[in-house]
Design a protein around this ligand. Structure first.
Ligand code: ZN
Length: 599
C-alpha cells in the first residue's frame, strides 16, 4: 500500500473542510453562488494555512456544472471529477519560488489565450508570487492588465508587503489567518481518529505549538510522531522526539519560586542543561509560561491561552497561587535576562542569577522592603559595611562597641541564616547624647517591628542587635526630655528612612505636624479615617522609632482625624500674607508704611 502523507491525504476538498478560515471561505462560497468573480485574487498569509488548498477548491467550484446551493462544488460532475483526479486542464499552478524566470511566465501566459474546452474558467495559481523576477513580473503584468474573460488568477504569497502596488490594486485580497493551537489540535484529533492512531491530547498540543500556526507543518510533524510512537502518540515520546522541554519544568520552577526554594530550582536547572537544553531557551520558555499564568488569572484573558483544555486548567490552578506582582516582577527579570543573554560571557550564571532572583521575589524581606530581591547574604554583607562606615563623630568606645555589633550581627546572620537589621546607629545613639543621623541612614526593620507587635514581646528591642549583645541597658536614657523641634527632626528623619513599600504613607507623614500634647505623648492629626487607619497600622513602629531616637520609652502616639476647621489649607502667598497680617497687625502696618507688594 502506498503511504500518503497526512497533509496530502487530508487536504480538504471542499470549503467546509478547510480548517480555521471560516470567514474567508464563506466569502468565496458567496462569490461562487452569485457568479460575481474577479479576474485576480491575492491570497496572503503564513505558510501552511490553506492558501493553495483554497485556490484549488475555488477553481473546482467555479468550474462545477452543478454547484450546491451553498456554493460548494458537487464533486460528481465531469469537471469536478477531473479536478479531484488531478487531470483537469483548467488549472495551472506555478511555484514562483522555484520557477521565477521570464520564460516560465511567458509559457504560462500563452495558456491564457486558449479558452477552456470543458467548464468556464481557466485558473492560474501562482504561488509565492513575490518571488518572480522583475522581467517575469513585467511579463505577467501585461496579461493581468487585460486578462481574457475566461481567465482567473489566484496569486498566493507569504509576504504581502513585497507585492507591488500595481498588482495589489488589480486583485481582490484575502488575508488568511494562522491556525490557532485549538484548531490544529482539533484537526489532528480528527486525522488521528481516521487513522486509528491513539493519542494524548497534550501530545497533540505540543505538535500544534511546534507547527506554529501552519497546518501543513502540524500534519507533517504528526506523521513523524505517529511513526516514532508506533501508533500511540504520547506526550512523553513527543517531547523526546521533538526535543521540546517538558512544560512540567516550568510549572515546577514557578511552584518552587513561590516557596523561595532556590536550591531545588538550581538542581532542576542543572538537570535541564544536562539534557542538552539551552539555559536561554529555558528562560524564554519560562517567560512564555509566566505570561500564560498571568492570562489565566483573569477569566477575560483566559480564552486567549492557546493551549489544550487540560493545560488551561493547570495554568488556572497555578495562577491562583501567584501574586500578580510576583508574575510582573518575574517577567521583568526574565526580559532583562533575555536582553543580556547574547552578550553574556557566562550565560549559565546569568540564567542562574535570574532564577535566584525570581525565587526571591516573594521572600519576606528582612529590612521590611517589599521585595527581597537581593540575596540575603548579599544584603547582610552590605549592611555590615554600612554599619562600619557609619560613625563619623562617635566616641572611641562607641566605635569599639560597633565592631562588636557588626560581629554579633554577622554571627547571628550566620547562625540563623537571617540578616540582622541594622540598628547599630541606635546603640551608638544610646551612648552619645544626641544621635547624629544621616538621612540616608538605614533604619531598622519595620517588618520585624510589626511582627513583634503581633507576637509576644520580650524586651521590646530585639530588632536592634546591640540591645541584646551590648551592655548598653544600664546607661540607656529612657526618659529623656525632648523638644518639639527634636520631635519634628526625628519625625522627618524617620519618614526618610521608611522603606519603599511605605513610601506613600511616608510622603503623607512628612506633611503631618506631630505635636507633643502632654509630654511625652505625641499627637498626630490626619485628614481622614483612611489615613488614620494607615497610620494606626504602623503606629507601634512609629512609637518605637521615636522612643529610640528621642531616648524616651514613655513616648505614646495618638492619632486623630482633624476637625473640619483644622484642615491645613494650602494657602496662596497672598493668603499667607493675609493670615500673617491678621495675626500680627505690625505686618499690615509694615506693608502700608513701605507700600510693599507681594512679589
Ligand atoms: Zn461539480
Amino acid at each position: 500500500m502506498e503511504y500518503i502523507v497526512s497533509a496530502r491525504k487530508y487536504r480538504p476538498l471542499s470549503f467546509d473542510t478547510v480548517v480555521g478560515q471560516a470567514a474567508l471561505t464563506t466569502t468565496l462560497k458567496n462569490a461562487v453562488k452569485s457568479g460575481k468573480l474577479a479576474h485576480a485574487y491575492l491570497f496572503c498569509g503564513p505558510r501552511g494555512v490553506g492558501k493553495t488548498t483554497c485556490a484549488r477548491i475555488f477553481a473546482k467550484a467555479i468550474n462545477c456544472q452543478h454547484p450546491t446551493a451553498e456554493g460548494e462544488a458537487c464533486n460528481e460532475c465531469e469537471s469536478c471529477q477531473s479536478f479531484n483526479e488531478q487531470r483537469s486542464l483548467n488549472i495551472f499552478e506555478l511555484d514562483a519560488a522555484s520557477n521565477n524566470s521570464v520564460e516560465h511566465i511567458k509559457t504560462l501566459m500563452e495558456q491564457t489565450r486558449i479558452p477552456p474546452q470543458l467548464g468556464r474558467y481557466k485558473v492560474f495559481i501562482i504561488d509565492e508570487v513575490h518571488m518572480l523576477s522583475t522581467a517575469a513580473f513585467n511579463a505577467f503584468l501585461k496579461t493581468l492588465e487585460e486578462p481574457p474573460a475566461h481567465v482567473i488568477f489566484i496569486l498566493a504569497t507569504t509576504e504581502k508587503h513585497k507585492i507591488l502596488p500595481t498588482i495589489l490594486s488589480r486583485c481582490q485580497i484575502y488575508d488568511f489567518e494562522r491556525m490557532t493551537i485549538r484548531n490544529t489540535i482539533d484537526h489532528l484529533k480528527h486525522v488521528a481518529e481516521q487513522e486509528g492512531i491513539t493519542y494524548e491530547e497534550q501530545a497533540l498540543a505540543v505538535i500544534a505549538e511546534k507547527a506554529d500556526g501552519g497546518m501543513r507543518d502540524a500534519l507533517s510533524i504528526f506523521d513523524q510522531a505517529a511513526s516514532f510512537c508506533q501508533g500511540n502518540i504520547t506526550y512523553e515520546k513527543v517531547i523526546e522526539d521533538l526535543n521540546v522541554l517538558d512544560s512540567e519544568n516550568y510549572f515546577k520552577i514557578i511552584d518552587l519560586a513561590i516557596d523561595n526554594k532556590v536550591s531545588d530550582i538550581m538542581v532542576l536547572l542543572n538537570g535541564v542543561i544536562n539534557k542538552g537544553f539551552d539555559g536561554g531557551l529555558l528562560i524564554q520558555g519560562l517567560a512564555k509560561h509566566v505570561r500564560n499564568v498571568l492570562m489565566a488569572r483573569d477569566p477575560q484573558t483566559l480564552p486567549l491561552l492557546e493551549v489544550s483544555d487540560q493545560m488551561r486548567a493547570r495554568y488556572e490552578e497555578q495562577a491562583k497561587k501567584c501574586q500578580i506582582t510576583f508574575l510582573y516582577d518575574a517577567l521583568k527579570l526574565m526580559n532583562q535576562c533575555d536582553i543580556n543573554y547574547r552578550q553574556s560571557s557566562n550565560k549559565r550564571l546569568l540564567v542562574e542569577l535570574t532564577l535566584i532572583e525570581i525565587a526571591q521575589i516573594t521572600q519576606p524581606a528582612e529590612d521590611g522592603a517589599s521585595a527581597g530581591r537581593k540575596p540575603r547574604r548579599l544584603k547582610s554583607l552590605f549592611k555590615n559595611m554600612i554599619q562600619q562606615q557609619k560613625p563619623k563623630n562617635a566616641a572611641p568606645q562607641v566605635a569599639a562597641a560597633k565592631v562588636a555589633v557588626s560581629a554579633a550581627a554577622a554571627v547571628t546572620a550566620e547562625a540563623t541564616g537571617e540578616t540582622q537589621t541594622a540598628g547599630s546607629t541606635v546603640s551608638e545613639a544610646n551612648t552619645t547624647s544626641k544621635p547624629k543621623l544621616s538621612l540616608g541612614g538605614i533604619g531598622f526593620s519595620w517588618k520585624k517591628l510589626r511582627q513583634q507587635d503581633n507576637g509576644p514581646q520580650k524586651g521590646g528591642m530585639q530588632i536592634i542587635p546591640g540591645s541584646i549583645n551590648m551592655p548598653t541597658g544600664q546607661d540607656t536614657i529612657t526618659d529623656a526630655q525632648f523638644t518639639q523641634t527634636d520631635l519634628e527632626f526625628q519625625w522627618m528623619a524617620m519618614c526618610n528612612r521608611m522603606p519603599q513599600k511605605l513610601s506613600g504613607i511616608a510622603t503623607r507623614m512628612k506633611n503631618m505636624n506631630p505635636e507633643i500634647t502632654e509630654f511625652p505623648t505625641v499627637e498626630v492629626v490626619v485628614d481622614n479615617e483612611l489615613i488614620k487607619q494607615e497610620i494606626e497600622d504602623i503606629q507601634k513602629s512609629i512609637a518605637k522609632t521615636l522612643q529610640i531616637y528621642l531616648h524616651n520609652d514613655q513616648i505614646q502616639i495618638t492619632v486623630r482625624v482633624a476637625e473640619q476647621t483644622e484642615h491645613v489649607k494650602i494657602l496662596s502667598r497672598r493668603e499667607q500674607f493675609e493670615q500673617m497680617a491678621e495675626k500680627n497687625a505690625a505686618v499690615a502696618k509694615l506693608q502700608q508704611a513701605f507700600d510693599l507688594e507681594l512679589a
